[in-house]
Structures are given as structure tokens and as C-alpha cells.
Design a binder for this molecule. Structure first.
Ligand code: GRF
Length: 215
């Protein structure tokens, strides 16, 4: 039998995606083990979620480090000490520097609230509304040194309806996110999805286009 997938989950806030991963593990739908929940924000509600489920937590407050490089080095050091198979960014509001991305090449995942490559960066919901888009979505991608730029694994879209505000879009996105992250991790754990040399393989075939989540 294969070993559970070892995960480190990085958060900065509410941690509802973290919760969806915990729930998938606890209900036996995902064969994984969260080795640590790491936050750069001591107040992140996700830390309480982790503690409630008996998971180890670690705060690395970026403001306590001289600069980005020192913070990254401390984070890298801690990550290496727990040895995760994958690092799961779940609302982690810091950009990881090239050192850390190199050290964990092909092993860092992020979830982003847009249909990448559209709307990289922040405030994606409001920007999509301001541009009169008819749909928006969610992407899970591999992290590279460029912001929100690595190969996309899985995407889901939803319609923007008349009267929708940014928080409505966020709510629609979250509902999808909470099913998508456990799904991608399940594929990795089952080896349906493999990552080699920055390329994605789904059921052994090179993934040329992102998979579409069928809600
Ligand atoms: C999610 O919307 C995700 O797409 C973005 O940050 C948000 C995190 O939400 N990267 P939560 O902390 O998991 O509730």
C-alpha cells in the first residue's frame, strides 16, 4: 500500500480551503497527512481550525525577518525539516522567492480565484466585474517563480450574473475551491496526476490544457 501524501499547508487567513482538505482526509476521501499548517499571520483563523483537528501549526511572521530572503530561508528550513511531498498554498498571501521555489520544484501548488492566465494577482473578482466579464473561475496550478504563472492543473468556471457583487463571486468560487483542492490532491495521491520536469501528466498522458472541473 502506498504511503499517505505528506502535505504542508500554508495559509494567511480564514483557511476554508485548509478545512476542505482536513475534511477530505478525515472522511477517508483523501489519503494524505498534514504534517504542518504554517501561517505568516498569527491571527489567521485557519490556525484555530488546524489546532481543533490536532494538527501541528507554525507561525513565521514575515515582519519579524530582516527581509524577504531571510523569511524565505526560515520557511524553507522549516519545510525541509518536515519533508512534505507537496506544499499546498491555500490563501497564503506572500510570494515565495526563487530559492524556495527551486528547492521544492514541481511540488508547490496554489489555488487562485480566476481563470488563469486571466486576472493574476489580487482583487480578481472586482476586476472581473469592472471589466464586464460574463464568467469567472478558479484555477489550481503549479507554482513557479513568477506570480500565478505555473502550469494550470484544474480549472472551474462559473457565470457572472446580473447584480453579482465581488462577494457573490467569491462565494461561488469558494464552493468550487472546496471540492477542487481535495480532488487534485487525491489525483496526486493516487498517481492519476504526475508532475515531471515542470510538465503535468494525467493518467500518463501529457496534459496540454488544464483539466476542467465538472461541478
Ligand atoms: C481563496 O479564495 C483562494 O483562491 C485564494 O485565497 C483564498 C483563500 O481562502 N488564493 P481561505 O483562506 O481558504 O478561506
Amino acid at each position: 500500500m502506498s504511503q499517505p501524501l505528506k502535505l504542508a499547508v500554508l495559509i494567511s487567513g480564514n483557511g476554508s480551503n485548509l478545512q476542505s482538505i482536513i475534511d477530505a482526509i478525515e472522511s477517508g476521501q483523501l489519503d494524505a497527512e498534514i504534517r504542518a499548517v504554517i501561517s505568516n499571520n498569527r491571527e489567521a483563523y485557519g490556525l484555530q481550525r488546524a489546532t481543533r483537528h490536532g494538527l501541528p501549526t507554525r507561525v513565521l511572521d514575515h515582519r519579524e525577518y530582516e527581509d524577504r530572503e531571510h523569511f524565505d530561508r526560515a520557511l524553507q528550513h522549516y519545510l525541509q525539516s518536515i519533508g512534505p511531498d507537496f506544499i499546498v498554498l491555500a490563501g497564503f498571501m506572500r510570494i515565495l522567492g526563487p530559492g524556495i521555489v527551486d528547492a521544492f520544484e514541481n511540488r508547490i501548488l496554489n489555488i487562485h480565484p480566476s481563470l488563469l492566465p486571466a486576472y493574476k494577482g489580487l482583487n480578481t473578482h472586482q476586476r472581473a466585474l469592472d471589466n464586464g466579464e460574463q464568467k469567472h473561475g478558479v484555477s489550481i496550478h503549479l507554482v513557479t517563480a513568477k506570480l500565478d504563472d505555473g502550469p494550470v492543473i484544474l480549472q472551474a468556471s462559473y457565470p457572472i450574473e446580473a447584480g453579482d457583487r465581488a462577494e457573490d463571486l467569491q462565494h461561488k468560487g469558494h464552493r468550487l475551491e472546496h471540492r477542487m483542492y481535495p480532488q487534485v490532491l487525491r489525483w496526486l495521491s493516487n498517481r492519476n496526476l504526475e508532475i515531471e520536469g515542470g510538465k503535468l501528466f494525467y493518467e500518463q498522458a501529457l496534459l496540454e490544457e488544464p483539466l476542467q472541473y465538472d461541478a
